[in-house]
Design a protein around this ligand. Structure first.
Ligand code: HDD
Length: 697
């Protein structure tokens, strides 16, 4: 018996060790608890941290007060420069695990063993806004993954959009200067809806394709977990035999569809809860609901590159999934929140040039320039020794002859810091396993030129339009119109329509012309493009609703039985329920049970929920019918396309607010139609075809 117990303990210890995240273990050695007593940075116990040392209680503070000066000086230097782009971000820890051995495609060790989990840290971001801006502007979202592999760090620094605005990185400073707040008045914050951006865009037709994505609802994701991720560039995979293939990296939300807010909702969320996406991720992880994606390869053999009517080195183009399917090769899971925002999320330093054997670059001129910019920016942002910061350290050992610099952490022993050397036996030496760049044959004239194969700027912008549903098209028209109505310069407004939109699609151009009053004065210069790629549409349902947030609205006298049934139904799907009432504290149900209110109506704007259920109960409905905020929540949820339920006796609130009782449109008025249909409505996410004209918002 004793023997078995020992074996069992040993086995569980082994399992425990195996299930650990190596990176988190490493970070633990750097984390610090607050402890019981204050000390200075020199470890000196502090007797009074709240009063400076003075010449008399009403006298001046003394220069001698080393404790005051240390505390204040540190505070004065707390900030570092924010990222030049992608300043607003949030991150989480987790792991990547391959579904199968992918050695056939790449020798990278993280893709080899399906039982092995590689630790990751992922940072999501917006692009244009500063660090304190909203989570939900209309913008691209960054999706940067640091893989802590046993062969070193691999950074995949991608976005939630598979293409980019420009083809050559030398234009990046121009693009960013145009979209950032205008230099004379620093207006507007975190928005592309201003003259300089559209001036640049209208004169840069290669922006067309990405503009279509950003003007779609993908510009303001509901959650990080409902957005796709893309490596954007074509990269190379290299296998053990050194065979090279081209690859595009994809991330697809696991069991979830790509889901977004609607524009009016996003603008309101920016005010009501500017931390909306980061809060959603943090709460989801805290509630034991990890964020999950399938990681995919889209593989192109070297001899297949002639198949395309575009150049695969052009980052303004995507490879339609219908032509080259995405092979799902592993999962990315985020299941641990950082302990400290600054130390981890702010100091994490990504660089597309951080690669491991088995992954290599292509000559995409956008990628080539990035290989310089990232390491350069980390130096001014976090310093030359950024790689030594805990969050950036690889999990394997670093050994080289780089030395010193501001903020050096490691203590390198010995007197040899050069190679070759005899004094240390020529160590550290080269390794036969070391990284070898793919030996690509290159020949050419030294020229400042764009390849003629990069010349088509409108085909795939048209393809995007052709591929999306009617409601998505409508939202794109409204988005372009909103943006252009914020542009003051008439020539710029005209140029967007007549240089770009008319060449993308006539219906689009006409729609925007109607909503902006801008005249179409040019005719199409490009050939119409008919191809579509259904994978680009967001018109799909999720398989799960986990992580969604639903408000259940009650007041004293609500039907306790109906309440419990509804709550159980939603929570069984791992969605989050919040109880909202006219007053804080507790409310009492029809059978006398008291429940705790999560938020009073005034703190529970409809825009932070995915759906709303009002529970029946005569007294409760009577109270709610007199409260403007309750009516507003129902109406606003309806206007934003969300599943709306006011059950049985509460259904009169639908009538009094002109909300048509229509099950097919996701409006639920009785408990017998509720249940699975409500869950399905939440999976669908939004009902975009509702007639919202009759509702006064
Ligand atoms: Fe970039 C940050 C993604 C083109 C220069 N970029 C940055 C981040 C993401 C991307 C996700 C934030 C990383 C983080 O969370 O810290 N960038 C992209 C993608 C691009 C792209 C997908 C096109 C395919 N970027 C791009 C170009 C250049 C840069 C062409 C310049 C040549 N990007 C930077 C930067 C940043 C950056 C200035 C700012 C902060 C940082 O690097 O660490 O170097």
């Amino acid at each position: 018996m004793y023997k078995y117990t020992v074996i069992l303990i040993l086995l569980s210890a082994l399992l425990y060790v195996h299930s650990q995240n190596e990176k988190l273990d490493q970070l633990k050695t750097f984390t610090q608890d607050q402890g019981d007593y204050l000390t200075t940075n020199q470890g000196l116990l502090v007797s009074d941290d709240q009063n400076s040392l003075k010449a008399g209680p009403r006298g001046p503070t003394l220069l001698e007060d080393f404790h005051f000066r240390e505390k204040m000086t540190h505070f004065d230097h707390e900030r570092i420069p924010e990222r030049i782009v992608h300043a607003r971000g949030a991150g989480a820890h987790g792991y990547f695990q391959p579904y199968e051995d992918l050695s056939e495609y790449t020798k990278a060790s993280l893709f080899k063993d399906p039982s092995k989990k590689t630790p990751v840290f992922v940072r999501f971001s917006t692009v244009a806004g500063s660090r304190g801006s909203t989570d939900v502007p209309r913008d691209v979202r960054g999706f940067a993954i640091k893989f802590y592999t046993d062969e070193g760090v691999w950074d995949m620094v991608g976005n939630n959009i598979p293409v980019f605005f420009i083809q050559d990185s030398i234009k990046f400073p121009d693009l960013i200067h145009s979209v950032k707040p205008e230099p004379h008045n620093e207006i507007p914050q975190a928005q592309s809806a201003h003259d300089t951006f559209w001036d640049f865009a209208s004169l840069t037709p290669e922006t067309s394709h990405m503009l279509m994505w950003v003007m779609s609802d993908r510009g303001f994701p509901r959650s990080f977990s409902t957005m796709e991720g893309f490596g954007v560039h074509t990269f190379r995979l290299i296998n053990k035999e050194n065979k090279s293939r081209f690859v595009k990296f994809h991330l697809k939300p696991k069991d979830k569809a790509v889901q977004s807010l609607v524009w009016d909702e996003a603008q309101k969320v920016s005010g009501k809860d500017p931390d909306y996406n980061r809060r959603d991720m943090q709460e989801s992880i805290e509630n034991g609901i990890p964020l999950e994606w399938d990681f995919g390869f889209q593989i192109i053999e070297e001899d297949q590159v002639d198949k395309f009517d575009f150049d695969i080195l052009d980052s303004t183009k995507l490879i339609p999934e219908e032509d080259f399917p995405v092979k799902m090769i592993g999962k990315l899971v985020l299941d641990r929140n950082p302990d400290n925002y600054f130390a981890e999320t702010e100091q994490v330093a990504f660089h597309p040039g951080h690669v491991v054997p088995g992954i290599d670059f292509t000559n995409d001129p956008l990628l080539q320039g990035r290989l310089h910019s990232y390491i350069d920016t980390q130096i001014s942002r976090v310093g030359i020794n950024f790689a030594e910061l805990p969050i950036n350290q690889p999990v394997n050992k670093v050994r080289n002859n780089q030395r010193d610099g501001r903020g050096r952490i490691h203590i390198n022993k010995g007197r040899v810091s050069y190679f070759p050397n005899a004094l240390a036996d020529n160590k550290p030496s080269h390794s036969s396993e070391g990284y070898v760049s793919h030996p690509e044959r290159i020949e050419g004239w030294k020229v400042r030129q764009r390849s003629p194969t990069f010349g088509d700027h409108f085909s795939q912008a048209s393809m995007f339009w052709n591929s999306v549903a009617a409601w998505e098209k409508q939202h794109i028209i409204e988005a372009f119109s909103f943006e252009l109505n914020m542009v003051k310069d008439e020539d710029v407004r005209g140029a967007v329509l007549n240089n770009l939109l008319i060449n993308i699609n006539e219906t689009l151009a006409k729609g925007v012309s109607e909503k902006t009053g801008i005249q179409i004065t040019a005719s199409r210069t490009s050939k119409p493009y008919r191809k579509s790629s259904p994978a680009l549409s967001m018109d799909k349902s999720s398989k799960v609703i986990k992580g969604k947030k639903i408000q259940i609205v009650v007041a004293d006298g609500f039907d306790s039985t109906q309440f419990s049934t509804v709550k159980k139904l939603i929570e069984a799907e791992k969605a989050i329920v919040e109880i909202v009432s006219n007053k804080p504290g507790h409310v009492t149900g029809s059978d006398g049970t008291k429940i705790k209110v999560d938020r009073p109506l005034v703190n529970a704007p409809s825009v932070i929920y995915d759906g709303i259920v009002v529970i029946q109960g005569d007294a409760s409905v009577k109270t709610l019918s007199k409260i403007g905020l309750a009516a507003h929540g129902l109406k606003e949820s309806f206007l934003h396309g969300k599943p709306v339920a006011a059950l049985d006796g509460a259904a009169q609130l639908l009538d009094s607010n002109n909300i048509p009782r229509d099950l097919k449109q996701g409006v639920f008025d009785n408990s017998s139609d509720f249940g699975k249909s409500f869950i399905d409505a939440l999976k669908k996410h939004k009902f975009h075809n509702r007639d919202v004209e009759s509702i006064d918002a």
